[in-house]
Design a binder for this molecule. Structure first.
Ligand code: PEP
Length: 251
């Protein structure tokens, strides 16, 4: 049994008072949801504040990125140990916006994932094809390469602390969700790649989240797919009512 994860990626939104309001409104709405891991990923500057606000709730804290060095002359970066110090249990790595705008590659994603795991964080490891790649029939090649190169050098034991987020780039922030069949097909493929690279028990255990315009209206259908184990939610995680409705998909 794979415990579902519903994670909210707040991107570059929510200053401290807005962030606290959001989690204070969210916590009572998700209090009675069992069997779902609930995670929010605010900007770095409010991590510690949000950590205090979620104390006593079931909500966990993620950062949206980290560097691979623990400390040193790396102006502007933040290390996995610093994220732990701020109260994070999770970190998003390789989000398509970072790949697209900040030069993130499969190699940097791999280095970051290793460092985050070594520090004790759980990694939400993002992959996904662009529209051009899908239209050129390259989706599976792209996903295979992202999984293989991004996970290079990671052990089976490491994979217990990784969840893969399949986020087709064309579905992020566009209002265009992959159909349930498209998402299921990609998830089954990714699980197959993990089985090839590791083994079947590892592939069966790893959680694969879908991301891309997830909303209260489409979460149920997505979660009904056998290889979809949760969601990474952007826009709809910025409001307590929509995010809690997604977390409550099973109600
Ligand atoms: C995301 O930020 O990971 C995401 C999937 O965004 P949205 O839900 O807004 O498409």
């Amino acid at each position: 049994m794979r415990t579902p994860i519903i994670a909210g990626n707040w991107k570059l939104f929510k200053k401290s008072s807005e962030a606290v309001d959001l989690v204070m409104n969210l916590a009572p709405l998700v209090k009675s949801v069992g069997g779902v891991e609930i995670i929010v990923a605010p900007v770095f500057t409010v991590l510690a504040t949000v950590k205090r606000a979620i104390a006593g709730s079931t909500i966990k804290l993620a950062a949206q990125d980290c560097f691979w060095e623990e400390e040193g002359a790396f102006t502007g970066e933040i290390s996995p140990g610093m994220l732990i110090d701020a109260g994070c249990s999770h970190v998003i790595i390789g989000h398509s916006e970072r790949r697209q705008y900040f030069g993130e590659t499969n190699e940097t994603v791999n280095r970051k994932s290793k460092a985050a795991l070594a520090a004790g964080l759980t990694v939400l490891f993002c992959i996904g094809e662009t529209l051009a790649e899908r239209e050129a029939d390259k989706t599976f090649d792209v996903l295979r390469t992202q999984v293989r190169d991004g996970l290079t050098g990671l052990t089976k034991e490491n994979l217990a602390r990784i969840a893969i987020a399949y986020e087709p780039v064309w579905a992020i922030g566009t209002g265009k969700t992959a159909t349930e069949d498209q998402a299921q097909e990609a998830h089954a493929f990714i699980r197959g790649v993990v089985a090839e690279l590791y083994d079947h028990p590892t592939a069966d255990a790893i959680r694969i989240l879908y991301g891309g315009s997830v909303k209260p209206e489409n979460i149920k259908g997505l979660m009904a797919q056998s290889d979809i184990d949760g969601a990474l939610v952007g826009g709809a995680s910025l409001k307590a009512d929509s995010f809690s409705a997604i977390v409550n998909y099973g109600a």
